[in-house]
Ligand binder design. Structure first.
Ligand SMILES: Cc1cc2nc3c(=O)[nH]c(=O)nc-3n(C[C@H](O)[C@H](O)[C@H](O)COP(=O)(O)OP(=O)(O)OC[C@H]3O[C@@H](n4cnc5c(N)ncnc54)[C@H](O)[C@@H]3O)c2cc1C
Length: 394
């Protein structure tokens, strides 16, 4: 088995690398560092997204007719690897691009594709994913948010929670119960909901980092036109499963970024002094970093397995659960290990002139969420047990 990239793929990688290095956003100015917050980062990221889009790098595997580059899957993977190498974000509207967009392409009517896809990829309209509720997270089939069809409109009532970027969103891919009298998987539907509709109330939730990236959304008699149904009525479970597969694959390929964290740990170990020499001279630290390197390599080869399945034209399957499980757990352990190297400096906030490079305090606090978002580790293990190992259901 040959794990190397082909000469053509390496040429493509070089093209991506050259463009990213020449066009990447400038470092934060001292003035920006002083007043850094979510809004400032969002605006910077938005400018970056526009540049990516103008040069055909946003949603680059999307078909050309919807504003993408029609790139092959492997080209998209190479692009994400190069973004990760430079520590650059994908832009904004990531959930719209990796989740709603593919769902619209699969389930949407021609009118819906025409109306929504281009503004998603251009990030002119921001999307959020309305799945989880206070009583339905891992078990999404239990959702209670109700949509009743009255003439040409659905009337929506209920609550969602943990909705990433709802406070910045123009639309929500919302999963609702449309028939409460049939088994729960069979009475759900997906709606495309305008977040500016009367009756939609968004309440941001404060996170441990101090940021508020996710929200509660309340729906009170919200009117949604019937033509905003995505997929057939009561086929919402199929739309949801498909949308989640895309999310899971996206998370294992992008957010983990374990190769990048490993390189940062190696660099820190070489430069941070410990007991009169560099931390890298300490046996225990060296061995721990070597152990991380082994796990990063194993994760990479599992990623290649999922990749080869996609290259054969198959949809992402349960093996993307392995990718999500490993990359999020490993990212957590590696990020927390940075505190061993940084000592007290790990606790200094990014606005302080004494803060170490790398925004470590925020990352250490934020990393907890990785093994919950997009399906918890326990749930990924269930999927691996049932679908890959064919073990009986728990
Ligand atoms: C940063 C972040 C962003 C998010 N963004 C969004 C978003 O944009 N849209 C959205 O809809 N949701 C979002 N979520 C919600 C996320 O999908 C849920 O938190 C997740 O699916 C878990 O659901 P829950 O929180 O209700 O926990 P629960 O499902 O109540 O689980 C509680 C505990 O029980 C365990 N558990 C549950 N079921 C089983 C089982 N069958 N077997 C073994 N153990 C089990 C879980 O592993 C967990 O430890 C986000 C979450 C986070 C952390």
């Amino acid at each position: 088995m040959d794990f190397n990239y082909s000469p053509e793929q390496e040429v493509y990688r070089q093209e991506v690398r050259t463009w990213l290095e020449a066009n990447q956003p400038p470092p934060l100015t001292p003035e920006e560092k002083e007043r850094i917050d979510e809004d400032l980062l969002w605006e910077r990221n938005k400018r970056w997204h526009k540049k990516l889009y103008e040069h055909g790098w946003a949603g680059l595997n999307w078909p050309k007719e919807y504003g993408g580059r029609g790139a092959t899957f492997i080209e998209q993977v190479i692009f994400q690897q190069e973004l990760g190498r430079l520590g650059l974000p994908m832009g904004i509207n990531v959930l719209g691009i990796i989740m709603t967009g593919p769902a619209l392409m699969q389930w949407g009517t021609d009118e819906q594709k025409q109306r929504y896809l281009k503004p998603i990829i251009m990030a002119d309209e921001i999307w959020c994913e309305g799945m989880s509720e206070p009583g339905a997270g891992s078990d999404l089939a239990s959702i209670q948010t109700r949509a009743e069809l009255h003439g040409d409109e659905f009337i929506v009532n209920g609550q969602k929670v943990w909705t990433t970027h709802a406070h910045r969103s123009d639309f929500c891919q919302l999963f609702v119960r449309t028939d409460p009298d049939v088994p729960k998987h069979k009475g759900m539907s997906a709606l495309l909901v305008d977040m500016h509709s009367p009756g939609v109330v968004v309440k941001p939730l404060k996170q441990i980092t101090g940021d508020s990236e996710f929200n509660e959304i309340f729906f009170e008699d919200v009117r949604v036109p019937k033509e905003n149904l995505l997929g057939p009525l009561n086929a919402g479970w199929q739309v949801l499963v498909n949308t989640l597969m895309h999310e899971r694959f996206g998370i294992s390929e992008t957010i983990g970024g374990t190769e990048v964290i490993l390189a940062q740990l190696v660099e820190m170990a070489q430069t941070i002094p410990l007991g009169g020499h560099s931390a890298a001279a300490d046996d225990e630290i060296r061995q721990q970093i070597a152990q991380f390197a082994i796990e990063v390599t194993a994760k990479k080869y599992n990623g290649l397995r999922a990749l080869s399945k996609r290259l054969k034209g198959q949809q992402p399957g349960a093996e993307s659960s392995i990718g999500k499980l490993i990359s999020t757990d490993l990212s957590q352990r590696m990020t927390k290990f940075a505190t061993r190297l940084l000592g007290g400096y790990a606790m200094i906030e990014r606005k302080s002139p004494f803060a170490p490079e790398g925004d470590w305090m925020r990352r250490i606090l934020n990393v907890e969420m990785l093994t919950i978002a997009g399906g918890t580790s326990a749930v990924q293990k269930n999927m691996i047990g049932e679908r890959i190992l064919q073990l009986p259901k728990g």
